[in-house]
Design a protein around this ligand. Structure first.
Ligand SMILES: Cc1cc2nc3c(=O)[nH]c(=O)nc-3n(C[C@H](O)[C@H](O)[C@H](O)COP(=O)(O)OP(=O)(O)OC[C@H]3O[C@@H](n4cnc5c(N)ncnc54)[C@H](O)[C@@H]3O)c2cc1C
Ligand code: SF4
Ligand code: SF4
Length: 1007
């Protein structure tokens, strides 16, 4: 047996990096990522740690994995399996070869409904599995909050547990077998011990060794393994002498897969997992109990669980207030409240019959009255409101993490589990501990099983490490007093392995080391986790260590609102620009990404189209934020912000602003891309294509005078090919056609003084699709408004050139030019801003920049005022409708159905609903929304030859397939210019159908 790897050896493995990369490339089909930026993207997970891995392998097949394990063994390089990388304790962080299973090793291998099992590869995401299982009436019920992005391999690694664990148990209760490979290459199915008689000798020896350790430590197991459902620390040696109140197996026998569950990849690599399925419950009822004090909520949980709920989840007053501060969550949470409770418990009952669940809900109401809280339960028998409220609960941690400044809620005692009868005492004493250390924590989550999440706010760049240790020690004393588990959900990783000895005592800790050595004598599998670990507060391994520094930088946009500090107790936020960020807020905005991996989700919502088509960490919001953070803090070398590594990470970002809305901490990558492009352009200049596109508003008047000349490229395939060769514009695309009859020049309108609406015609609707602007004018006029068309200030330079929002310049990072265009527009709109006249526009990406980028270009208070009175055409009509002022006489159309695709920026600004509302004004028209992400055209992105394929893949994800189903009786509606072009290109060979702007549809309904 070789000695386990020393730290010195781990350092030496870095020397072997180049050799390993080149050898791996020869033996695997998958991606071998050893460059600094790729390694940086895998150096972190959702914990506070960061360790540079040796390299990354994204295997294409299990053959790649075994080849890599063989090479690791030969070169004595450690390895770490990885799924979504959402671990909170640093389980996936290490100086090792990281094997990312999530891209290719994610298939369902077998479904056996008789045995109620499913066999899967480790990289499959829980939500994807459950979507696949749904038609069969079954599900995998370990419903963790990160279900949209975490993988089954990672869930097994961490012994994850969901909100409904009181009914279904943890992973250990729901995995029946694991096909695994050891570091020495031995492969075996770990399952019921009785079924393993034919396993290789090496495995038989391990089993014999385990049995003898378990027999020897029988009394220690009884004395030191906490008898709570939620205990996920150490190895599950108690499979031989169960302490968990829920049996691991139906017949009390030993299943060796259960030892691998929770072992955090330190014993073996899981190739396939056999999972136990449960029938999908047919009906559910939810009761929300409102408590006047937090203590009562904690104290009464023990009585509530006796009613047999499948979940009892806590939301405290801080979380309630944070949720109420979010416009999307406020109406949902308000429906669950009676007055101003200090805490609420979500109590869910589930089963076959609805009547039965309603009866149990009635019992809950009765119980609360008996306990002295009559009238405290909001009853939610219907699925819709239940689902909405669960979404708010699931978003809990993320809502909390949106705190700005260097102090962040830190996960290290976040899932201690204590028996329910001590929950109230435990929580109030721990709250006192926080106060003593000048911080506070927000409590939420799994009251049913005594696992409450709480994260004290600490600043890891300053005194965070010291406070973390002090608080952990006091929390540990409380957990010990109440006979609880220090790690009740999230595992050990780097932050809690040192507590394994504290929890289980020296004998069991030694037994765990023996187990590790039985499986992995060379210490190659994810070393430093569970056994033989470092201290939790080793600052060199922190992502934000005291030595962390940001390179001084003057960003092009104003990021000062991120450059703040927050007082953890009073929550007072310092003034913008006072946070001490050398990059004036840009770095702090980037650092908001806490790596929770929410951007890896695939369900409805926009974020993140480039990840959806590539499944690459590099093309993910998280990957981009990490790349920018490393660049801004000098970890990718000097001047890295304008480097190829950052360019490559940003290349497929379509600036859809999906993350601005969907990222729980508000990472706005579209805005960050403008900063990157600005830096890139300063160093590398502009390509001819970028210059042409960016400056289009300048030369467009000429093109409109000579449309035949500028349209030649579309008419002559030869010219299209030349434009691809010399400009990089895809020959497969037709460019928007120029025309003489532009809108702004001749549009009939009212004089400025009489106007009650100003129409802002953007470059695209003015030059290419002027019929949209005319239609909008006609609809507004028919509704009785006196419309003035916005034009440049008479006598100003270029007075005849139409106004522009600056979008094309921003897309090229030319912030100064965009600012100049914005100033021109502000000058022209000044009289209307002063009079409070609404400014209405048609193209989402243009008009909405008045409410977004205009506010961060140093344009002063006038820009703020303009933002408040700028509306998309449909938003304005919906506003008037709501105020009961809209007088539009619309007639039925021949088509009775409309399929609507929302532009990404409309989605980011919650501006899709108004389109639905105004279309619904047309009698007999049924409006349906296409559940789509970005169309893939995204301004000029899809015209770029190098992006053509990615662009079409994005469109094919859901948009084009949905539109191909549309018959002739269906109108296709899309307000974005580029969306309409993408749809036209995508449907050209199918039906030749085209999408229209909502203004055109409404105008037609006037006739
Ligand atoms: C906001 C947030 C909420 C969370 N909520 C919950 C919750 O409700 N319940 C809960 O239990 N956890 C929760 N977690 C923690 C985390 O999401 C879960 O533990 C999740 O199951 C990890 O899955 P993953 O795919 O991201 O695994 P990863 O983090 O990638 O890996 C987890 C472990 O498994 C190992 N591993 C991965 N693949 C293999 C393999 N093929 N073979 C061997 N080992 C492997 C890794 O080495 C690592 O040790 C939460 C985390 C966050 C950020
Ligand atoms: S970008 Fe946002 S959603 Fe993605 S990991 Fe970071 S914080 Fe989470
Ligand atoms: S702007 Fe869109 S493509 Fe870019 S990171 Fe955000 S969600 Fe992804």
């Amino acid at each position: 047996m070789n000695a386990p790897l020393s730290q010195q050896h781990l350092k030496q493995t870095h020397i072997a990096r180049d050799e390993m990369a080149s050898r791996l490339r020869k033996i695997v089909e998958g991606e071998v990522l050893f460059d600094a930026a790729s390694r940086g993207r895998y150096a972190t997970d959702a914990s506070i740690y960061q360790i540079d891995p040796v390299g990354v392998l994204v295997p294409r097949s299990f053959g790649d994995v075994t080849a890599a394990i063989d090479l690791c063994r030969e070169m004595r390089v450690p390895l770490v399996g990885r799924g979504g990388g959402t671990s909170q304790c640093g389980q996936t962080v290490g100086a090792a070869l990281v094997i990312d299973n999530s891209k290719h090793l994610n298939q369902v291998v077998d479904l056996d409904l008789d045995a109620m099992t499913v066999t899967v590869e480790p990289g499959i995401v829980l939500d994807h599995l459950n979507a696949w299982l749904k038609p069969h009436g079954v599900w995998f019920p370990v419903d963790v909050s990160t279900a949209a992005q975490c993988t089954i391999g990672g869930m097994a690694g961490n012994n994850s547990c969901g909100s409904r664990s009181i009914a279904y148990g943890n992973m250990v209760h729901n995995v029946t077998a694991i096909d695994a490979v050891l570091a020495d290459g031995t492969q075996a199915r770990f399952a019921a011990e009785s079924s393993m008689a034919g396993a290789p000798t090496r495995i038989q020896n391990i089993i014999a060794g385990l049995r003898s350790i378990a027999a020897r430590e029988h009394d220690e197991i009884a004395a030191h393994v906490p008898a709570v459902l939620r205990r996920v620390g150490g190895y599950n040696l108690d499979i031989y002498h169960p302490q968990n109140p829920r049996p691991y197996t139906d017949d009390g026998s030993v299943n060796l897969a259960h030892l691998l569950v929770g072992s955090e990849g330190t014993l073996a690599y899981s190739r396939r997992l056999v999972l136990k399925l449960s029938p999908l419950p047919r009906s559910k009822a939810l009761g929300v109990v409102n408590f006047p004090t937090f203590y009562q909520a904690m104290d009464m949980t023990q009585h509530i669980v006796k009613l047999g709920p499948c979940a009892v989840e806590l939301v405290d007053s801080t979380m309630i207030e944070l949720a109420r501060g979010n416009p999307a969550f406020r109406p949902v949470i308000d429906k669950a409240l009676i007055g101003s409770p200090e805490a609420i418990l979500l109590v869910e009952f589930a089963g076959e019959s609805q009547q039965e669940q309603l009866a149990r809900l009635a019992q809950l109401v009765e119980l609360m009255a008996d306990l002295g809280l009559p009238g405290s339960v909001v009853e939610m028998p219907d699925a819709g409101p239940q689902k909405e409220l669960w979404e708010v609960r699931k978003a809990g941690l993320n809502i909390m993490m949106s705190m700005r400044g260097d102090g962040k809620p830190v996960s290290f005692i976040e899932d201690c589990a204590v028996p329910l009868e001590h929950l109230a005492e435990y929580t109030s004493q721990l709250t006192e501990v926080f106060t003593r250390y000048g911080t506070r924590g927000t409590w939420y989550a799994h009251a049913s099983v005594g696992t409450l999440h709480v994260r004290p706010i600490l600043d890891m760049r300053r005194d965070g490490a010291q406070k973390m240790r002090a608080i952990a020690e006091e929390a540990g004393a409380l957990v010990r007093r109440y006979k609880g588990a220090f790690s009740g959900e999230h595992g050990d990783g780097l932050v809690r392995s040192e507590w394994v000895g504290w929890q289980f005592g020296p004998r069991l800790t030694h037994a765990f080391e023996e187990i590790k050595d039985l499986f992995d004598p060379d210490g190659l599998m994810n070393p430093g986790k569970i056994v033989r670990c470092e201290k939790m507060d080793k600052v060199e391994t922190f992502r934000f260590k005291p030595s962390y520094q940001v390179i001084p930088l003057q960003p092009a946009l104003d990021w000062s609102s991120w450059d703040v500090q927050i007082d953890p107790v009073s929550e007072r936020v310092s003034a913008p620009g006072t946070g001490g960020d050398a990059a004036r807020g840009l770095a702090k905005a980037v650092e908001m990404c806490n790596n929770n991996g929410h951007c890896r989700k695939f369900d409805a919502g926009t974020m993140c189209p480039s990840y959806r088509i590539t499944r690459d960490e590099q093309h993910l919001t998280r990957g981009r934020a990490n790349t920018l953070r490393l660049a801004l803090s000098g970890q990718l070398g000097p001047d890295a912000l304008a480097s190829e590594a950052v360019r490559d990470a940003m290349d497929l970002c379509v600036s859809c602003k999906g993350c601005k809305r969907d990222c729980p901490t508000g990472v706005d990558m579209a805005r960050m891309k403008i900063e990157f492009l600005n830096q890139w352009r300063k160093r590398h200049g502009l390509t001819l294509k970028d210059r042409l596109i960016a400056t289009m508003p300048q030369w467009a008047p000429w093109a409109a005078r000579l449309p035949w000349l500028f349209n030649l490229r579309n008419a002559m395939p030869m010219l299209a090919k030349l434009s691809e060769k010399h400009l990089g514009i895809s020959a497969k695309r037709k460019l928007p056609a120029w025309r003489r009859d532009t809108f702004v020049r001749k549009a009939p309108d009212h004089p400025a003084e009489q106007a009650d609406v100003v129409l802002f015609a953007d470059t695209f609707n003015n030059y290419f699709e002027s019929e949209n602007a005319h239609a909008a004018l006609q609809v507004l006029t028919a509704a009785g408004y006196k419309v003035h068309v916005a034009r440049a200030v008479p006598g100003s330079p270029q007075e005849n050139r139409p106004l522009c929002c600056g979008r094309t310049y921003l897309s090229a990072g030319l912030v100064d030019k965009a600012r100049a265009e914005a100033r021109r527009t502000l000058d022209a709109l000044r009289p209307f801003i002063t009079r409070g006249i609404p400014v209405v526009g048609l193209e989402p990406s243009c008009l909405l920049s008045l409410r977004d980028e205009f506010l961060v270009m140093g344009l002063g208070d006038e820009a703020q005022a303009l933002a408040k009175q700028s509306y998309l055409f449909e938003e304005f009509l919906a506003r008037e409708l709501k105020a009961d002022r809209l007088k539009l006489d619309l007639k039925p159309l021949p088509q009775k159905r409309a399929l609507l695709h929302g532009h990404c920026h409309q989605k980011a600004f919650d501006a899709v609903k108004p389109v639905q509302q105004v279309l619904a004004l047309i009698p007999e028209l049924k409006v349906e929304l296409v559940e789509s992400s970005c169309c893939g055209m995204a301004g000029s992105f899809g015209y770029d030859a190098s992006h053509y394929e990615a662009s079409m893949k994005m469109a094919e994800l859901s948009l084009l397939p949905a539109l191909r189903e549309a018959d002739a009786n269906t109108l296709l509606v899309a307000d974005g210019t580029s969306c309409r072009h993408q749809i036209a290109d995508g449907l050209e060979e199918h039906s030749g159908r085209r999408a229209e702007h909502v203004a055109i549809i409404l105008r037609r309904a006037l006739e």
